[in-house]
Design a protein around this ligand. Structure first.
Ligand code: NOJ
Length: 572
């Protein structure tokens, strides 16, 4: 049997060491092929035993991140928040939630990460504030038509006395998207009522966000992940379209009242001028839920520069889907000079070790409602496939976004008791959708102890007993663990990756295989029967091989195939 991990020495030859400097003078294109590790701060590491993860907790784990080999951390919101939506309801954009620490703790985190050569990307939430933000409090105290109300999207209600909402729009978390304030006006909230939408046609809103971008950039932040990037620009002229018209997509590109409007790019052009004030320029990645062909505009170099590609979140387990998603996204990235991104898991979706354990097309909302039992997941298959697709994605040009815990192969906690649920979706959908808490359960660091080493007390979402077997401590001791696989893959990737080119290798309809510079080759068997391992030196495999020449189903292998050409020639 060939082990899942062989040692890199000897197979990589004398490749030049990658440039991992951060700060002024550092490589401005560091983000193009970076591995970015998402931290959901309340569920990563709890330093003070209050059950909630915090910034000092993250700082205390910088060694772990460094050993894992990530290039950057994306930190989900850490701002003061009442947690109506996991921190995406921000009270103050230039402060740290006291439960998570202080600005000094933030500076320590930046220092710790930068000291280890790891960049920091912070989440920014410009579509809405929280209802506790001082602007919104002022808007509520102020009269209709006031400048305080103009920072938000207030409209007069319909009906004789404004007692009906201005339109029948539904919020994305369920229930009406309008909330009355008692004087005939209603405010728009595309998400929870505690998340009033900002009016981006208001000059003060625009100017204030530029200050926020500078505030964090001055503190050393390297980039921003832009929440709901497609939603900021709004055109709510009467008569507003009905929800049915919005749902059926009768509105052509750019005509939707709040989704993906052309004016949104004016905002990002302003932001770009701020990003470019810094050395190296600050980066940004758009969370833009728009059709694939419209995504590139968010990734344009005079805008945010990069946009999430969520296509692999929907790809089924078959080579054709993967091949076409990869090809399309590489083609789309090329003309904008952006690099594409690859994502299998994040804080909003069912963890991919569980998704791939279920038949393609499973309704995940129903599956969660049934406590993860119907259909029954094939956990072993899910793990094999999750490891295989991750190894595949890590060989692709572009940046890969990892979500905390996926390096442990953590499955979704699908049977969280309903009393513990925090996601507003649960209440807003009247119990029809359980929401996203199952992927936000605090990480297990040790096999024993209260909250498995997450902290010294119970964790804010309950961890199941089976978390013990996924603990970091258990995996560090196991050379075949998922953690060992990720660590090795990231180490190899960093050493091997140069030009952002890919050459497809035709290996049959059930196989995805391609070559990168430096003789780096990745091959994944999506089929039901074993295939031969191509020639070359085996660098890493996502699972054990039955023998040196056979790649079983559901496995990816990386090889180094050296041609007669020198490494420097290949890198041209
Ligand atoms: C997208 C974020 O990823 C999600 O967690 C949040 O609920 C919505 N935006 C609203 O901010």
């Amino acid at each position: 049997m060939r082990a899942a991990s062989a040692h890199p020495s000897g197979v990589l030859g004398n490749l030049p060491a990658p440039d991992v400097r951060v700060g002024p003078g550092a490589d401005p294109s560091w983000w193009r092929q970076a591995v970015v590790y998402q931290i959901y701060p309340r569920s990563f590491a709890d330093s003070n035993g209050d059950g909630v993860g915090d910034l000092p907790g993250i700082t205390s784990r910088v060694d772990y991140l460094s050993r894992l080999g990530v290039d950057a951390v994306w930190l989900s919101p850490f701002y003061p928040s009442a947690l109506a939506d996991g921190g995406y309801d921000v009270d103050d954009y230039r402060a740290v939630d006291p439960t998570l620490g202080t600005l000094d703790d933030f500076d320590d985190l930046v220092g710790g990460l930068h000291g280890a050569g790891i960049r920091l990307v912070v989440d920014i939430v410009p579509n809405h504030t929280s209802n506790r933000h001082e602007w919104f409090r002022e808007a509520l105290r102020s009269a209709p038509g006031s400048s305080a109300r103009d920072r938000y999207v207030f409209r007069t209600g319909s009906g004789i006395a404004g007692e009906q909402p201005p339109s029948d729009w539904q919020s994305l978390f369920g229930g009406p998207a309008w909330e009355p304030v008692g004087d005939g006006e209603w405010y728009l909230h595309l998400f929870a009522p505690e998340q009033p939408d900002l009016n981006w046609a208001n000059a003060e809103v625009r100017a204030d966000f530029l200050q926020t971008l500078r505030f964090w950039s001055d503190r050393g932040v390297d980039g921003f992940r832009v929440d709901v990037a497609h939603g900021l620009a709004k055109e709510l002229a009467d008569p507003m379209p009905s929800q049915r018209e919005l749902d059926t997509g009768v509105l052509v590109d750019g005509a939707h009242p709040w989704e993906d409007r052309d004016e949104v790019h004016d905002i990002y052009r302003e932001w770009r001028t701020v990003f470019d004030e810094y050395d190296p320029p600050r980066t940004a990645v758009a969370e833009a839920w728009v059709p694939t062909h419209r995504r590139t505009r968010y990734a344009s170099p005079d805008g945010l520069g990069q946009a999430f590609n969520f296509d692999l979140l929907k790809a089924g387990w078959n080579a054709e889907d993967f091949h076409s998603v990869i090809e399309e996204n590489l083609e789309l990235a090329a003309p904008t000079s952006a690099s594409t991104t690859w994502v299998f898991s994040n804080h909003d979706v069912v963890r991919h070790a569980s998704r791939f354990a279920l038949p393609d097309g499973t309704d995940l909302v129903q599956w969660l409602l049934h406590g993860g039992l119907d259909p029954a997941p094939d956990a072993e298959l899910g793990m094999r496939r999750a490891r295989a697709v991750t190894l595949l994605a890590l060989a692709l040009p572009g940046s890969t976004y990892l979500y905390q815990g996926e390096e442990l192969g953590l499955p979704e906690v699908a049977d969280l008791p309903t009393w513990s649920l925090q996601d507003p979706t649960w209440v807003r959908s009247a119990g029809k959708e359980k929401g996203r808490d199952g992927c936000r359960v605090p990480l297990p660091w040790t096999v024993e102890g209260p909250s498995f080493g997450f902290g010294e007390g119970a964790s804010h979402l309950p961890q199941p007993s089976w978390f013990a077997s996924y603990a970091v401590a258990a995996q560090l001791a196991d050379p075949d663990s998922t953690l060992a696989l990720y660590t090795r893959a990231l180490q190899l990737r960093r050493a091997l990756q140069t030009a952002e080119t890919l050459t497809w290798v035709d290996s049959g309809s059930d196989v995805v295989a391609f070559r990168r510079p430096n003789g780096w080759c990745s091959i994944t068997n999506f089929g039901a029967t074993p295939i031969p391992v191509p020639p070359g030196k085996l660098l890493v495999v996502s699972d054990r091989l039955p023998d040196a020449d056979t790649l079983p189903p559901n496995v990816t292998a990386w090889l180094r195939q050296t041609s007669g050409r020198s490494e420097s020639e290949e890198n041209q």
